[in-house]
Write a protein that binds this ligand. Structure first.
Ligand code: ZN
Length: 499
C-alpha cells in the first residue's frame, strides 16, 4: 500500500487530517474481525486506569467537591450553569464535541446514587487527554457526537446523601408535574437540546440479584417503556441495541452479574418520558459487588460501558445488535442479603428450633461519613434467598453475647488482640466514655458509649450480634452483621463506629 503522503502536499493533508483520521478509525474497527462489535474490554480498562479521577475515592462526595472539577474544564468543554437547586446549589451542564448525533447524559437525580457521577468525571479526564493510543477514538467522538452532561441533577440530595431533593420529592416522579426546580432544569435541558440518545444514570439497592442466580445484579439496564403496552418503536429499539453492546463488555468483565430492570411503564418518571419524547434512553443502575462497599469497581464498569456506548453510537455499529439479545438478559430479582446463617438452632421457652437467619446492614449518616448497622431482617426457611456471605450452622446453637463490664476511657486502650480475647470469652461489646461517640475503629467487637446501646437476640429487628457455638465452644461471632470465624479470623473488619 502506498502511503497517502505520496499523493498530497502537506498543507492539503493538514487540512484533511480530521477526515483522514476518521476514515482510519472507521476502517481500523471494521477491518479487524475480532473488533466488529466495538472496543475491547482491555482497551476500555486501560483507558480507565489512565484517566480515572483520583480526587473522588468514595461515594459520599458532595457538590462542593465536584464544582472545582467542573470549572477547571472550560478549555475542552463548554460549561454552563442551568439553574439552581432549592437550596441554591448550581446545577451544571458540560458540553463536548460538535458532531451531528446528540447525546445527553445525566446522573444523580437521586442524591445517594453517585456511582455513575464518578464515572462521568473519569470520562471528562479521558476526553481531555491527548497524545496516547486513544486520540483517534477521541476524535471520532468529538466529530460525530455532541455530548451534554449534567453530572449532579440533585445536589441538595447529594449533600444529605438521600434519594429525594430537599423538598422531599423524588425527582424521578416529577417529570410531568415539574414541581421542583431540579426537574424543570432537566426537562428544559432535554427540550433545548433534543438529544437522539439519553443516558439516565442511577444506583439500585445492593440486594438485587440476577434472577435464578446468587450473583448480585452489579449493573442493571433498561430500555424504558414509553407506553403501558411496552411497545417497541424505533426509538426504544435503539436503546435496546446500545444495551446489548454494553452487555457484551459486562459479560466479559462480570459474567452473570447483569440484570434487566423492570420495564413497567411509569408515567411520572424521566426515563420513560424521554423515551416517549423521542430520545432513545438507556437506564444504567449500579448495584452491588462483593467487597466493593464504595463501588469503585462498579464505577470503572460504568466508565467502560458508557465509553463503549459512545463509540458504538458514533460509529453506528449498534445497528448490528438484535433486540432478542436484550430480552435474553436475566431480570432483576430481590433475593440477596448481606449474611445468611443457615440451619442454626435457637431456643425459646426451653424448646429448640432450627431456623435460617437473614441479616442486612443498613447505613446511617454521621457528621463524618456514615455508620453501618447489621440487623436480623428475616427468619425461618430462607432457602430462596442468597447471602453475600453465608454460614452453614447445622449443629450449631445460637448464643447471645454479653457486654464487658468495665469502661475504657478511649479506644487507644484496647488492641485488636485484646478485643479478640474478649470476643473468645463471649463478650461482643465494650463501652468507652461518651466523648468517643462517632469515632471510627476496626476492632472485632462493638464499641458503645452506653450499655443499653448493646443488643443481642434472634428476633427480627434485633441488631445482628451473637455467637454460634457447638457444645458450649464458641465457633463464630457475628458482630454488627459481620461474621468472624473464631478459629480463623480474617481481620480487621471494615471500618466501624463507636455509637
Ligand atoms: Zn435512582
Amino acid at each position: 500500500m502506498i502511503p497517502f503522503m505520496m499523493y498530497f502536499q502537506w498543507p492539503t493533508v493538514k487540512l484533511l487530517l480530521p477526515q483522514i483520521l476518521l476514515v482510519v478509525v472507521l476502517l481500523s474497527c471494521h477491518n479487524d474481525p475480532s473488533n466488529q462489535s466495538g472496543l475491547s474490554p482491555e482497551q476500555l480498562e486501560a483507558a480507565y486506569q489512565s484517566y480515572h479521577e483520583p480526587s473522588l475515592t468514595h461515594r459520599r462526595f458532595k457538590h462542593s467537591e465536584i464544582v472545582p472539577l467542573i470549572q477547571k474544564r472550560e478549555q475542552e468543554f463548554t460549561v454552563e450553569v442551568l439553574g439552581q437547586s432549592i437550596q441554591g446549589r448550581d446545577i451544571y451542564q458540560l458540553a463536548y464535541g460538535d458532531g451531528p448525533i446528540k447525546v445527553l447524559l445525566w446522573s444523580q437525580m437521586h442524591g445517594n446514587e453517585s456511582t455513575a457521577t464518578m464515572a462521568l468525571f473519569d470520562l471528562f479526564n479521558f476526553l481531555e487527554g491527548s497524545g496516547d493510543d486513544f486520540d483517534s477514538l477521541r476524535y471520532l467522538i468529538k466529530s460525530q457526537l455532541s455530548l451534554r452532561f449534567i453530572p449532579m441533577v440533585n445536589p441538595d440530595g447529594a449533600e444529605a446523601f438521600q434519594r429525594r431533593n430537599s423538598l422531599d420529592i423524588d425527582l424521578n416522579r416529577d417529570a410531568i408535574d415539574e414541581a421542583t426546580p431540579e426537574a424543570q432544569i432537566l426537562k428544559s435541558a432535554r427540550e433545548a437540546f433534543q438529544p437522539a440518545f439519553g443516558f439516565n444514570l442511577h444506583d439500585q439497592q445492593i440486594y438485587y440479584n440476577t434472577q435464578g442466580s446468587s450473583k448480585p445484579a452489579t449493573v442493571s439496564v433498561l430500555a424504558p417503556a414509553y407506553n403501558e403496552a411496552k411497545d417497541i418503536n424505533e426509538v426504544r429499539k435503539k436503546s435496546m441495541q446500545i444495551i446489548v453492546g454494553m452487555n457484551r463488555i459486562l459479560q466479559d468483565e462480570i459474567p452473570g452479574h447483569v440484570g434487566k430492570y423492570d420495564d413497567a411503564f411509569e408515567p411520572r418518571a424521566f426515563g420513560d418520558n424521554f423515551q416517549k419524547w423521542g430520545t432513545s434512553t438507556i437506564l444504567i443502575e449500579s448495584g452491588g459487588y462483593p467487597n466493593d462497599p464504595e463501588k469503585q469497581y462498579i464505577r470503572q464498569l460504568n466508565f467502560m460501558i458508557i465509553l463503549n456506548a459512545l463509540y458504538e453510537i458514533a460509529t453506528q455499529i449498534y445497528h448490528q445488535y438484535e433486540v432478542e439479545d436484550y430480552f435474553a438478559i436475566p431480570d432483576n430479582d430481590n433475593k440477596l442479603m448481606d449474611l445468611i446463617v443457615r440451619d442454626v438452632t435457637v431456643e425459646q421457652r426451653g424448646q429448640s428450633y432450627q431456623v435460617d437467619l437473614g441479616i442486612k446492614q443498613q447505613e446511617y449518616r454521621l457528621d463524618s461519613g456514615y455508620r453501618v448497622a447489621g440487623a436480623i431482617v428475616d427468619k425461618g426457611d430462607l432457602s430462596v434467598f442468597y447471602g453475600y456471605n453465608e454460614v452453614g450452622a447445622e449443629g450449631l446453637q445460637f448464643r447471645p453475647g454479653n457486654i464487658w463490664k468495665g469502661t475504657y476511657t478511649s479506644l487507644n486502650e484496647i488492641s485488636e488482640q485484646k478485643a479478640m480475647e474478649l470476643l473468645k470469652q463471649g463478650y461482643l461489646a465494650i463501652s468507652v466514655k461518651k466523648e468517643n461517640k462517632g469515632d471510627s475503629h476496626q476492632l472485632p467487637l462493638l464499641v458503645v458509649t452506653e450499655e443499653k446501646a448493646f443488643q443481642s437476640g434472634h428476633q427480627i429487628g434485633n441488631a445482628a450480634n451473637f455467637f454460634l457455638q457447638r457444645d458450649n465452644e464458641l465457633r463464630y461471632a457475628v458482630v454488627n452483621g459481620y461474621v468472624i470465624d473464631l478459629n480463623n479470623p480474617k481481620l480487621p473488619l471494615p471500618s466501624q463506629h463507636v455509637f
